[in-house]
Design a protein around this ligand. Structure first.
Ligand code: SAH
Length: 277
């Protein structure tokens, strides 16, 4: 690996911070715990810190890497024949196709480039029914937003949408020195597993997203003000939601309630419109 380092100058634009601490790598492999016949996809194999130990436990491993220079180096490695390689961005990959091809739920993992991590996770949520689980290295600050509970400063839209879809656990703290080059931020390794018996239900996820977008548009304003275009004060009272609270004090369950109420209201309006026109 050290040899490969000399052959590759890490690119900032691709968020290239390569894992170099052997113990951390081992801990991550244990967390992922791959089983021979499972369909695993690695995002950003880089210099193969995780790719190598993981593909050795599998029949094959699918890897998506945007940087062709890294794939060129990967080609020379002894385990290359185990890999199914896609040279493209993970943001454009067709995960659904892969599910149908393999006829089983897919497992996705990676030490994610920090610049794409949130958009990638949101993209994967939209295809959650094809996913068994996700194991990602993230900037600590982002992971804290994912798992944050009401009342916390980091609780926001990302926490609500993420916890709506998944059970999320921070499993490992990873020090900046475990990477090369050393990043300026702290990292954690997390697991996201889609709920089997979800505690939450909404008729339309886009409405949940819309309600939270409005609720959090100004964090310092109270809910009544941020939601005034969507709900009257009377409606908030019916829903038993204290409109003097701020968005960060409303639970995910309450956001689901608000979304479903709005869904029914919009449906009723569209039915009336259909009758009228
Ligand atoms: N897994 C390696 C490398 C992590 S660095 C390790 O742990 O050491 C992040 C990796 O993601 C790099 O290899 C980078 O080239 C790749 N990458 C960056 N943007 C990407 C994208 N949009 N799609 C797929 N891979 C990407």
């Amino acid at each position: 690996m050290i040899k490969n380092f000399k052959k590759h100058f890490p690119l900032k634009k691709y968020g290239q911070n390569f894992l170099v601490n052997k113990n951390t790598i081992q801990d991550i492999v244990k967390i992922i715990n791959p089983k021979t016949k499972q369909t695993l996809i690695e995002i950003g194999p880089g210099l193969a810190a995780l790719t190598k130990p993981i593909c050795q436990l599998l029949e094959e491993l699918i890897v998506i890497e945007v940087d062709p220079n890294l794939l060129f180096l990967l080609k020379k490695r002894s385990f290359y024949s185990k890999l199914i390689v896609f040279c493209q961005s993970a943001l454009n990959f067709n995960y659904v196709d892969l599910f149908y091809k393999k006829k089983q739920l897919i497992r996705i993992f990676g030490n994610l480039p920090y610049n794409i991590s949130t958009s990638l996770i949101i993209l994967l949520f939209k295809q959650i029914q094809f996913i068994q689980d996700m194991n990602f290295m993230l900037q600590k600050e982002v992971a804290e937003r994912l798992v944050s509970m009401p009342g916390n400063k980091s609780y926001g839209r990302l926490s609500i949408i993420s916890q709506y879809y998944c059970n999320i656990k921070i499993l490992l703290d990873v020090r900046p020195e475990d990477f090369q080059p050393i990043p300026k931020v702290n990292s954690v390794f997390i697991n996201l597993t889609p709920h089997t018996n979800s505690p939450y239900f909404v008729y339309d996820i886009n409405i949940l997203s819309y309600v939270t977008k409005n609720a959090f548009q100004n964090r310092r304003k109270i809910l009544r003000h941020n939601l005034k275009n969507l709900f009257s004060e009377k409606e908030l009272i019916i829903l038993n939601i204290d409109s003097n609270l701020r968005a960060e004090n409303i639970s995910i369950f309450q956001y689901c309630q608000l979304s479903n109420y709005l869904y029914k209201k919009l449906n009723a309006i569209s039915k009336v419109n259909k009758i009228n026109f």
